[in-house]
Design a protein around this ligand. Structure first.
Ligand code: HEC
Length: 182
């Protein structure tokens, strides 16, 4: 291959890379890549789901474990089994003991420090195969049911944003708060 043909070949490769966007001239990124479309407030509310331990972000609604049982049977049982016993290590959501001499089993009851996180997590991520399909009331109901399975609330105790954030979880003091050091 002569020198000029080789130069021409490299020139074509360079041109191709530029077209494909792999060698972008600085600053041109935004102008050229036009992925996605802007979302509106309604769509945004589907992402903005943070329910914090201080009660912020908890929606209106309420439910008891008795109501949550059928929500559980319909939406959760297939992966979390009867009484939250689970079908594998990471689907066990009741029982467990963090202070055990054996390898500790982390569950909602044994490990999670805040009940609000349970609400947040279920509303955001469960059922794992159809997240965000439950109404806020159903999430309150099934949250109450999971707490009931862990012996934390009674079957007819109504769970809402206020009662949920007031619950003292069994492992609530099992974490060291370093925030005062900063
Ligand atoms: C298709 C299977 C599936 C369904 C249905 C399902 N889950 Fe899950 N769930 C999982 C899996 C898998 C995990 C573990 C995820 C991980 O460790 O990242 C999990 C984790 C959880 C956890 C956290 C457990 C922990 O201690 O980390 C909770 C709580 C939970 N699910 C509640 C529910 C509830 C309530 C429902 C019904 C509304 C539900 N899940 C439906 C598969 C499922």
């Amino acid at each position: 291959m002569s020198m000029s043909r080789r130069t021409a070949a490299w020139g074509r490769i360079l041109a191709l890379l530029l077209c494909a966007g792999w060698l972008a001239p600085a600053g041109s990124q935004e102008a050229r890549i036009q992925l996605g479309t802007p979302i509106d407030e309604d769509q945004l509310s589907g992402f903005d789901l943070i329910a914090a331990p201080d009660g912020s972000g908890m929606p209106p609604g309420a439910g008891t474990a008795r109501q949550g049982r059928s929500v559980y049977e319909l939406n959760c049982l297939r992966c979390h089994a009867v009484n939250g016993e689970g079908v594998s290590g990471n689907t066990v959501i009741a029982g467990g003991d963090m202070r055990s001499e054996e390898s500790p089993l982390r569950t909602v009851g044994s490990y999670w420090p805040h009940a609000s996180t349970l609400f947040d997590f279920i509303r955001r991520a469960m059922p794992a195969d159809a997240p965000k399909t439950l109404s806020d009331d159903e999430v309150y109901q099934v949250t109450a049911y999971v707490l009931f399975l862990n012996g934390i609330v009674g079957e007819d105790e109504s769970i809402n944003s206020e009662t949920l954030t007031a619950i003292a979880m069994p492992n609530g003091d099992g974490f060291v708060d370093h925030s005062h050091l900063h």
